[in-house]
Design a protein around this ligand. Structure first.
Ligand SMILES: Nc1ncnc2c1ncn2[C@@H]1O[C@H](COP(=O)(O)OP(=O)(O)O)[C@@H](O)[C@H]1O
Ligand SMILES: [Mg+2]
Length: 253
């Protein structure tokens, strides 16, 4: 991504204000930052839900603006902020991610994300409206867990706060599973959950639509700045190697 700028109206401030970002093949990049910093807007551009007002996105060297949105969506997959659930059963919604999956596999993944395995035959309704928002996000998370591990090269997995709706106890375990299930894949992980940050190759801190800091988790801990301040302010933050959430800092600002 080069020089990305996005705003939601001519009189609105820039939600993304000149963002450059690379996700090299097989690397894991975390995007963190306070609420409203533009993280979900970045995901929306990658999913082709929104075209940038300026700047470019290249996928394997091809400018995505020149590709049909449907083609891009086969190469950029994952979990948007408000995931789409299809008017079918929960089983069919999960099999989208892994067509040959057995019921036993599907029940196991439902349990993993804190859903009742008996939901398999439940009809989701149009746009998943027969399910609660939290259930839709959990189903989307289950789909992300089911995506075959050895993804094609050139595919990018984008996860927008995949564990935000889970309780803190299961959150770390599910994120751990998710990172294991997606090993070797190019991953852009938007997260409030810093427990697993050391498993990421790079961390990008967004604020006000701009990149405030970037580097490996260890580098960012060394440098003064937003990421380290988070640790200074919160004794349980990742500087001490323990979990923290960014939302708590956002609330303090
Ligand atoms: N659909 C929308 N319409 C208008 N403004 C929006 C919309 N979505 C996001 N914004 C604004 O864009 C900015 C970035 O939002 P967002 O990308 O959702 O940030 P984050 O995911 O980091 O919380 C915020 O100021 C937000 O209010
Ligand atoms: Mg968001």
């Amino acid at each position: 991504m080069r020089g990305l700028r996005v705003r939601y109206g001519p009189a609105e401030p820039w939600a993304l204000d000149g963002v450059d970002l690379d996700v090299p093949p097989g690397r894991r990049v975390a995007v963190v930052g306070p609420s409203g910093s533009g993280k979900s807007t970045l995901a929306a551009v990658l999913f082709r839900f929104r075209d940038p007002d300026a700047g470019t996105v290249h996928l394997d060297g091809a400018d995505v603006a020149a590709l049909p949105a449907d083609t891009v969506r086969t190469q950029v997959t994952g979990m948007p902020q408000d995931p789409h659930v299809f008017a079918s059963t929960v089983r069919e919604n999960l099999r989208l991610a892994r067509p040959g999956a057995s019921d036993a596999e599907l029940r196991a993944v439902l349990t993993r994300v804190g859903l009742d395995p008996a939901l398999l035959d439940t009809e989701a309704g149009i746009h998943g409206t027969r399910l609660s928002g939290g259930m839709r996000r959990r189903i989307a998370l289950a789909r992300a867990l089911l995506v075959p591990p050895a993804g094609r090269t050139g595919t990018l997995l984008v996860l927008d706060e995949p564990t935000a709706h889970l309780d803190p106890g299961t959150r770390d375990d599910v994120l751990d599973d998710l990172l294991s299930a997606t090993a070797g894949r190019s991953l852009l992980l938007i997260t409030h959950d810093l427990a697993a940050i050391d498993r990421m190759d790079e961390v990008v801190v967004l604020a006000g639509g701009r990149v405030l800091q970037r580097g490996t988790p260890a580098e960012l801990r060394e440098r003064p700045g937003w990421f380290r301040t988070l640790g200074d302010r919160h004794p349980s933050a990742p500087v001490q190697g323990r979990p923290a959430t960014i939302s708590s800092v956002g609330a303090q600002r």
